[in-house]
Design a binder for this molecule. Structure first.
Ligand code: ADP
Ligand code: MG
Length: 220
């Protein structure tokens, strides 16, 4: 069984007279222990796809299943509970609350999922190389540190699925390798991972690459 599966997703945006066909029949799946990379030019629908996959946005057609259970077309409270319990999310807008420190951001995420674990928090903050920045607030972090803090928050609940939009977008090559190692070890432990990226280094490590163009999956 796939951990996360999308069936024929459609998403249209209307602005005045204009209609944008952001997703036109996208299907994909991510299995346990698998790292799937989604690539495609700007505007091809990658971020729209991620939002639909995690239930932050509702597709106009098709549906998403999380661990075999339909996520689409449920009340937001139910989607939020499924999301908190099973999914780690790192969107482009980042997932950090500005008034909370790195570890308080992680702690909050864990509490929302009813999964607070002090040991895991300490291990993870160490793994992402932020042990000495654990009390810093997001505004006090460099771009690379903020990216790693965001990843630590997304991974804090040890989610079945991790979805990340450009996790290495603004980081140096060394930080990118750190993040890659973290993602690889997660997959070895059986976690499912889906990453939107332009990074060839990340794509080279993926089990599969899904290419989007104009809201459709193109071969490869
Ligand atoms: P990508 O992440 O691949 O750059 P997006 O999913 O952000 O692509 O966008 C896909 C298409 O949908 C683009 O043409 C974009 O302009 C449009 N779009 C995205 N979000 C909205 C929105 N909230 N309202 C109107 N159009 C949108
Ligand atoms: Mg995007």
């Amino acid at each position: 069984m796939s951990v996360l599966e999308a069936f024929d997703l459609y998403r249209f945006y209307h602005t005045g007279e204009d209609e944008t066909l952001a997703l036109r029949g996208v299907s994909l799946h991510v299995d346990a222990g698998e790292m799937v990379v989604v690539m495609g030019p700007s505007g091809s629908g990658k971020s729209t796809l991620l939002s639909c996959l995690v239930g932050l946005d509702e597709p106009d057609g098709g549906h998403v299943e999380l661990l075999g259970k339909r996520l689409t077309r449920r009340p937001e409270a139910e989607r939020a509970a499924m999301r908190a319990a099973e999914i780690g999310i790192l969107l482009q807008s980042r997932n950090l609350f500005e008034h909370l420190s790195v570890t308080d951001n992680m702690r909050l995420q864990m509490h929302l999922a009813h999964k607070f674990n002090r040991q895991r928090l300490d291990d993870l903050v160490e793994k992402v190389g932020l042990a000495n920045r654990r009390h810093a607030r997001p505004a006090q972090l460099s771009g690379g540190e903020a990216a790693r803090a965001g990843l630590a928050v997304a991974l804090s609940t040890n989610p079945n699925v991790l979805l990340a939009d450009e996790p290495t977008g603004e980081v140096d090559a060394e930080t990118e390798q750190d993040i890659l190692r973290l993602l690889a070890s997660r997959c070895q432990e059986g976690g499912a991972t889906l990453i939107v990226t332009h990074s060839d280094a990340l794509a080279a490590r993926a089990d599969r690459v899904v290419r989007l163009f104009d809201g459709r999956v193109v071969n490869g």
